[in-house]
Structure formats: structure tokens, C-alpha cells
Design a protein around this ligand. Structure first.
Ligand SMILES: Nc1nc2c(ncn2[C@@H]2O[C@H](COP(=O)(O)OP(=O)(O)OP(=O)(O)O)[C@@H](O)[C@H]2O)c(=O)[nH]1
Ligand SMILES: [Mg+2]
Length: 199
């Protein structure tokens, strides 16, 4: 297993799906605002400030593209704006929702959506709607439960069972991780390398 950091570097930010070039393979981090997408990208790369993170939801406002090092070039990881953040204007929310749905519906080289669910909160109804929508589009999903460090060890087993039951998957389908503590990160790096066909 190759568990070392993903050698990712920032390509650029996009607002318009039509501006995205065709690449060999791509995965995208998708999930509720504040679930930990940008923190996860930084943990995968073992780089503190590659993607902007914030305590306040709405940190990521554009589609940010990151590419693996030259020997694996043409393989991208996308950090996307989150959904379900009520504290931005309706117009702004609508703009992000349109951006996200166009991206998911149209991006040809998207091999899997990495769907992040807050492990301490469990899937929200919006998360479950997203799962349904991804299924309806036949988009493969890689399930990740974030912020595992916030779940008390005594509650961990129950939480894991609840989360998989609500998602309608098995325990083996979900990678539990903590971007803060580093648990689960090596496993997800390997999964992403496999999905992208990278060494
Ligand atoms: N305890 C804990 N906190 C985390 C973890 N991952 C992220 N956070 C915190 O959660 C908050 C949101 O993290 P981000 O990575 O910015 O979340 P995001 O999903 O990119 O949010 P948007 O860009 O708004 O969609 C920050 O305060 C992070 O420090 C984790 O594994 N454990
Ligand atoms: Mg973000």
C-alpha cells in the first residue's frame, strides 16, 4: 500500500464548468459546508495551507483544481464549495448549487465522488438527498465519515452502525477519518490513487 502524501499542487480555480480542460481522471470532494472537504485535501497532501479552510461555513466558493505530480499528471482532485449553508444570500447559494450540479452532471472524467458526511452528526436529510441524486446520475460514490476525533469512543460503534444504515451501505464501504488527527488518511490516499490509476 502506498500511503504517503498525495503530491498535489494547485492548478487554478474555476467558476465555469465549460472552462475545465479534459484530464485523464478526476475525483471530487463533495459534502455539506463545513464538513471538512478542504481540511481533508490538506491532510491527503500533508500540506497545511494548500486549500483554504475556515471555522465559518462557505470558505470554498469556487471549484479548486489540484493535480498530482508530473509522473501522475492529468489526475486531478477537485475541492468544491459545500452545500446547505444558509448564512449566505439566496443568490449566492443558488450560484453554488448550480455550479455543483452542472459539474456533477457534466464532468466526463469524474471517476468517483468522494462524499463527505460529518461523522459526529451523521447524514443529514440534505446528505441523503445528495446520495439519491448521485445514484440517479449513476455517479460512483466513495463514502467518507469526517471528524472521527469528535466521536466519543463509547459512542463510536453505535454511530458507525447508524451512519451505514442511513446511507444503505455496509461498514466496509465507509472510510472513517480525522483530518485533524490523521486517522484513516493513509487508507483514503490509497483509495484515491487506485481510483485515479496513479502510482
Ligand atoms: N475536530 C475536527 N475538526 C475538523 C476536521 N476536519 C475539519 N475540521 C474543522 O471543520 C471546519 C471546516 O473545515 P473545512 O475543511 O473548511 O470545511 P469545508 O467542507 O471545506 O467547508 P466549505 O468550504 O465551507 O464547504 C474547520 O474549522 C476545520 O478545522 C477533523 O477531522 N476534526
Ligand atoms: Mg472548503
Amino acid at each position: 500500500m502506498t500511503t504517503g502524501p498525495l503530491a498535489l499542487s494547485f492548478v487554478r480555480s474555476y467558476v465555469d464548468i465549460d472552462a475545465l480542460p479534459f484530464v485523464n481522471a478526476e475525483v471530487a470532494l463533495v459534502g455539506r459546508s463545513n464538513v471538512g472537504k478542504s481540511s481533508l485535501l490538506n491532510a491527503l497532501a500533508q500540506h497545511k495551507n494548500l486549500a483554504k479552510t475556515s471555522k465559518t461555513p462557505g470558505a470554498t466558493r469556487l471549484m479548486n483544481a489540484f493535480e498530482l505530480a508530473p509522473e501522475n499528471s492529468g489526475r486531478w482532485v477537485m475541492d468544491l464549495p459545500g452545500y446547505g449553508f444558509a448564512k449566505v444570500s439566496k443568490a449566492e447559494q443558488q450560484k453554488w448549487a448550480t455550479m455543483l450540479s452542472e459539474y456533477i452532471e457534466e464532468r466526463e472524467n469524474l471517476v468517483s465522488v468522494i462524499l463527505l458526511i460529518d461523522g459526529a452528526v451523521g447524514p443529514t436529510s440534505l446528505d441523503l438527498q445528495t446520495v439519491e441524486w448521485l445514484h440517479s446520475l449513476d455517479r460512483p460514490i466513495t463514502y467518507v465519515a469526517t471528524k472521527a476525533d469528535k466521536v466519543k469512543p463509547s459512542k463510536s460503534k453505535k454511530r458507525r452502525t447508524e451512519l451505514t444504515e442511513k446511507l444503505g451501505v455496509t461498514k466496509a464501504d465507509v472510510t472513517w477519518l480525522s483530518a485533524e488527527k490523521g486517522s484513516g488518511i493513509p487508507e483514503l490516499r490509497q483509495t484515491i490513487r487506485n481510483l485515479l490509476g496513479a502510482s
